[in-house]
Design a binder for this molecule. Structure first.
Ligand code: CTP
Ligand code: MG
Length: 224
C-alpha cells in the first residue's frame, strides 16, 4: 500500500457564486475554503500526496511555503481538463486516486476510506445522495419526463478510482470531445463498474453565496 493520491480541482471561476475572488479562495472560519480541504487530506495517513490544479496565474503565489505533500499545477478551461492536468502530475507507483471538489469542506473521512477500499476492489466508487426533490426533465418551460426518484442520486466527491481506470476514462473522453462535470458518470459511460456508497448531506458543495452562509454556520457548530 503506497497511499492514495488526491486531486483537488481548484481552477474554477465560480460563475454561479459570483464576486471577484473565485469561491474556493473565499474564507471560512478565517481560512480559504480550499485550504481547509487540503489540510483535511494532509491529516489523513492514507493520503500520500495532494495535487491541486489552480488557475495558471496563481501558481507562483500558492506554491510558496506549501507542504512537500502538496503540489499545485496549472488547471484547465473545464473541470475535466483540470482533473486531467492533475492526473498528468501523478508520480509513478501509485494505484488509487481520488478527485475531490475544492469547495466541499465537510467530507467525512470515514466515507472517504470506504470509497478508497471500494475503488481498489471494483475500479471506481463515488458518494451519492438520494435526491429528496422530485426531478423533472424540462424543455423550454414544459415537463417532458419525470424519472423515478428512487433511481436518482446526486453525485458528491471524493470520487475514487484505480489509477488506470481514471486514465482510461479521461483519455477516451478527450478523444470523443466529451466534457463532463464528474468522473464517476464518465467511467460508467465508458464501461467501468462504478460503485455507489451513501453520501452525506453535510458534504454539500459551495456553489452559490447562500451555501457559504450555511457553511459558516456548520463550521461554527462543528469545526472543519
Ligand atoms: N474546477 C476546476 N477547473 C475548472 C472548473 C472547475 O478545477 N475549469 C473546479 C472548481 O474550482 C471546483 C470544482 O471544479 O472546485 C467543482 O466545480 P464547480 O462547483 O462547478 O465550480 P466552478 O466551475 O468554479 O463554478 P461555476 O460552475 O459556477 O462557474
Ligand atoms: Mg463549474
Amino acid at each position: 500500500m503506497t497511499g492514495a493520491i488526491v486531486i483537488v480541482p481548484a481552477a474554477g471561476s465560480g460563475t454561479r457564486f459570483g464576486g471577484d475572488l473565485p469561491k474556493q479562495f473565499r474564507e471560512l472560519g478565517g481560512k480559504p475554503i480550499v485550504q481547509h480541504v487540503i489540510e483535511r487530506f494532509l491529516l489523513d495517513e492514507r493520503v500520500a500526496r495532494v495535487i491541486v490544479p489552480v488557475a495558471e496565474q496563481l501558481l507562483a503565489v500558492v506554491n510558496r511555503g506549501s507542504s512537500e505533500r502538496v503540489e499545485f499545477v496549472a488547471g484547465g478551461a473545464t473541470r475535466q481538463q483540470s482533473v486531467r492536468r492533475g492526473l498528468d502530475a501523478v508520480p509513478d507507483g501509485y494505484e488509487i486516486v481520488a478527485v475531490h471538489d475544492a469547495v466541499r469542506p465537510f467530507f467525512a473521512v470515514e466515507t472517504f476510506h470506504k470509497l478508497l477500499d471500494l475503488a481498489a476492489e471494483s475500479g471506481a466508487a463515488f458518494p451519492g445522495l438520494p435526491v429528496t426533490d422530485t426531478i423533472h426533465v424540462v424543455e423550454g418551460d414544459r415537463i417532458t419526463a419525470t424519472p423515478d426518484r428512487r433511481q436518482l442520486f446526486a453525485a458528491q466527491t471524493p470520487q475514487c478510482f484505480r489509477l488506470e481506470v481514471l486514465r482510461d476514462v479521461l483519455a477516451r473522453a478527450e478523444g470523443n470531445q466529451d466534457d463532463a462535470t464528474d468522473e464517476a458518470g464518465l467511467a460508467a459511460k465508458y464501461g467501468h463498474v462504478v460503485r455507489l456508497l451513501a453520501g452525506d448531506p453535510m458534504n454539500f458543495k459551495i456553489t452559490q453565496p447562500e451555501d457559504l452562509i450555511v457553511a459558516e454556520r456548520v463550521f461554527e457548530r462543528l469545526g472543519s
